[in-house]
Ligand binder design. Structure first.
Ligand code: FAD
Length: 418
C-alpha cells in the first residue's frame, strides 16, 4: 500500500493493519552511486528527496552513521519561521516556509506543521525600533510581520510578567503569524519515505570514516560498511561537519557547541504559539501532548558532547522564570542536547567547495530545522547543477574569504549574542 489516506487508514484499521509496507527499505550498499549524501538528518534526507523529485537523480545513497532522526533533526524544539532581515537569508527562509506550507501534502506524510505564530519579545525602546525595522524589511520582502505593543502582547499571552520592575520589562514584540512548529521526527521520516520511494538507498549504521581521492576529486567514500564509489558527494552532517572535513585535511569556519532543550510535564493549553526573547535567550512553546518545550543558549565552550550539563540548565531556567514566574512549580520531565554547527557569521553554508565534486551543507547554528525543506531544495539544485539555486546564492563558503558575510546580527558562535 503506497499512499497514506483516510481510506487506507480505515481499511487497515478494519483488517488488522497487515497491509502496510515498510516506510523505507534497508538495502545493502551498492558498489557506487551517482550521488552520495553523508548524513541522514533532515537536510541530508531532504536533499536526496529533491535530487530525485526535482532533478530525476535517483542513483543516490544517504549514508548515516546512526539511525535517521537520531541527530539534531530529532532533538530540536521545532520552531519554524522566516523572520529574517537580510535578503540573502530572507528569501531562502521564506522559500523554505512556503515549502513547509505544502509539505505534508507533497510528502503524503503528516509532518504536523502548525502555523501558531512566533513572537519575539522586546524589552526597551531600542529593541522596539530594531523590530520595527526588521518587520518593515520583512514586509518589503513579502514576508508577514506584525509589530505588537505591550497590550497587543498581553492580549495573546496574558500570563507573562508585565510588572514594570520585571527583570525584562515587556515593551512589545514582533509577531510572524505564519511561523510555528512541526513534528521533528516526522519530518525525517517523511523525507526518508519520499526519497526511498523514488529509488534512493538509505544506509543506516554506515559511518563515513574517510575518503578516497584522485587529487581534488573524491572517488570513493570509506564507510564502516565498505568503500562506496561516487560521482558527487554532498556533506550534511551538521554538528559533525568539522570532524568529517578533517578527514580531508580541510578546515572550516565552523565551531561545534552543545545546545540543550527541555520538556515539562503536560499541562492544559497555556501557550498556544511560540514565544522567544533574545535578551535572556529563552524560547518556549507547548507540544500537542501538553508538555512545555523550552530551550536557551548554546554551551559557552566548544564540544562534541551530545548531552546536557547543569550550568546551562540553571541559565535556561533562570531566564525562563524571569519571564514566566508562574511556571516555577512545573517539573522538567526530560532534557537532551544536540551538537550545533555554528558558523562565524551565524548564517548557513550551502556551497561548492575547493574539491571538484564535493558540496557542503553546514553552519545551521540555532535554526536549521526550519530550513530543512528549503535547504534540501537548494542543496539538491547546487549538486545537480554544480551551481547555487537563487535562494542560496549568498550562502557560499567563499564569503569567509572575501568578507561578504551574511551577518544578521553579530550572532555566530558567541553565546548570548543571538
Ligand atoms: C536542542 C536543539 C534545539 C533546536 N531548536 C531548533 C528550532 O527550534 N528551530 C530550528 O529551526 N532549528 C533548531 N535546532 C537546530 C536544528 O535542529 C539543526 O540545525 C538541524 O537539524 C541540522 O540539520 P540536520 O537535521 O541535517 O542535522 P542532523 O539531524 O544532526 O543530521 C546530521 C547527521 O549526520 C550524521 N553523521 C555525522 N557524522 C557522520 C559520519 N561520519 N558518517 C555518517 N553520518 C554522519 C549524524 O549521525 C546525523 O544523523 C535545534 C537544535 C538543537 C540541538
Amino acid at each position: 500500500m503506497a499512499e497514506y489516506s483516510v481510506f487506507s487508514l480505515i481499511r487497515e484499521g478494519l483488517t488488522g493493519h497487515k497491509g502496510w509496507i515498510r516506510a523505507w527499505r534497508d538495502p545493502e550498499p551498492k558498489q557506487s552511486y551517482d550521488v552520495i549524501i553523508i548524513g541522514g538528518g533532515g537536510h541530508g534526507l531532504a536533499t536526496a528527496y529533491y535530487l530525485a523529485r526535482n532533478h530525476g537523480i535517483t542513483n543516490v545513497a544517504v549514508v548515516e552513521k546512526g539511525w535517521i532522526g537520531g541527530g539534531n533533526v530529532g532533538r530540536n524544539t521545532t520552531i519554524v519561521r522566516s523572520n529574517y532581515m537580510l535578503d540573502g537569508n530572507a528569501h531562502f527562509y521564506e522559500h523554505s516556509l512556503k515549502l513547509w506550507e505544502g509539505l505534508s501534502r507533497d510528502l503524503n506524510y503528516n509532518v504536523m506543521f502548525s502555523q501558531r505564530g512566533v513572537l519575539n519579545l522586546a524589552h526597551n525602546d531600542g529593541q522596539m525600533d530594531a523590530y520595527a525595522r526588521r518587520g518593515n524589511l520583512m514586509r518589503l520582502n513579502g514576508i508577514d510581520a506584525e509589530l505588537l505593543d505591550r497590550d497587543g502582547v498581553r492580549k495573546l499571552y496574558p500570563h507573562l510578567d508585565y510588572s514594570t520592575d520585571a527583570r525584562w520589562p515587556i515593551y512589545g514584540g514582533l509577531l510572524q503569524a505564519r511561523g510555528g512548529t512541526a513534528r521533528h521526527d516526522a519530518v525525517a521520516w517523511g523525507f526518508a519515505r519520499g526519497a526511498d520511494r523514488r529509488g534512493v538507498d538509505i544506509l543506516q549504521n554506515c559511518e563515513v570514516v574517510g575518503f578516497e581521492r584522485d587529487g581534488d576529486r573524491i572517488t570513493g567514500v570509506k564507510t564502516s560498511r565498505g568503500t562506496i564509489g561516487c560521482g558527487r558527494v554532498g556533506m550534511a552532517v551538521a554538528g559533525n561537519t568539522s570532524r568529517v572535513a578533517a578527514m580531508l585535511g580541510w578546515k572550516l569556519p565552523i565551531e561545534s557547541h552543545v545546545l540543550q532543550a527541555f520538556v515539562t510535564e503536560p499541562l492544559k493549553p497555556l501557550i498556544d504559539g511560540v514565544v522567544t526573547y533574545g535578551a535572556g535567550h529563552f524560547y518556549i512553546s507547548q507540544s500537542d501532548k501538553g508538555g512545555l518545550v523550552l530551550g536557551g543558549d548554546i554551551d559557552f565552550h566548544n564540544s562534541y558532547a551530545q548531552r546536557g550539563n547543569l550550568p546551562v540548565v540553571e541559565d535556561v531556567m533562570a531566564n525562563g522564570l524571569a519571564m514566566m514566574p508562574h511556571l516555577s512549580r512545573l517539573r522538567i520531565l526530560r532534557s537532551w542536547g544536540g551538537i550545533m554547527d555554528m558558523s562565524m557569521d551565524g548564517s548557513p553554508i550551502i556551497s561548492k567547495t575547493p574539491f571538484d565534486n564535493l558540496y557542503l551543507n553546514a553552519g545551521w547554528c540555532y535554526g536549521g530545522f526550519k530550513a530543512t525543506p528549503g535547504s534540501g531544495y537548494a542543496f539538491a539544485h547546487t549538486i545537480a547543477h554544480d551551481a547555487p539555486h537563487e535562494t542560496n546564492r549568498e550562502m557560499g563558503l567563499e564569503r569567509f574569504e572575501t568578507g561578504h558575510l551574511l551577518d544578521e546580527g553579530g550572532k555566530g558562535p558567541t553565546p548570548k549574542l543571538h
